[in-house]
Ligand binder design. Sequence first.
Ligand code: IPE
Ligand code: MG
Length: 228
Amino acid sequence: MDGNGRWAKARGLPRTMGHRRGVEAVRETVRAAGDFGIEYLTLFAFSSENWRRPREEVDELLRLLKIFIRRDLADLHKEGVRVRVIGARDNLSPDILGLLEEAESLTRNNQRTTLVIAFNYGARDEVARAVRRIAAKISSGEVAIDAVDAECLDAHLDTAGIPDPDLIIRTSGELRLSNFLLWQAAYSEFVFLPCLWPDFDRDALAQALAEYASRSRRYGGIAREAAS
Ligand code: IPE
Ligand code: MG
């Protein structure tokens, strides 16, 4: 979700106003994803590198996350949304940690859509934490060194049990992954949109899905028609 700052700047508003409008786009996108039958939607809400932003902006982003969970959790639950949070949990303030855990535990049995919130998330950090978990199990004898393969790593990532993303959408015209789901994106399709995140809506999502539907995914093989 990129472009909140530029959206605000273009209107002569403070960056925080862009983040506030960005929350509206989140609401619309989560609803549209459910309507479109998307089973897993992951939103990159706050990266492990976003702490480098000015204090006031970080505070506003954290405030908006808290407001979103407090205000929207009951509705998300009613709509059958299961919330999962990925990212590092240590060093988070108790109020944020409590809200994230409440969102996960309240919605754990919902089945319509899974909303994965990437918060305090960085892919390299996630892989390093997975390696530490595996290393601990090796040293306790629970896991054999030879058993460490791609599947084992998958199972120790924050995304354990969540399928790899079929489609990754980045808004605001930037053409990079910025430490998002590096391991899981091995065969993802990418759609880059010029639209700034606060302008992202149901139509933009539909457009990205149409683009995705036109792609031929081969996973290193060859197209089915070429094989016959
Ligand atoms: C939203 O957009 C990103 C976050 C939620 C942290 P930006 O704040 O990165 O907006 P730009 O890139 O400055 O336009
Ligand atoms: Mg940005």
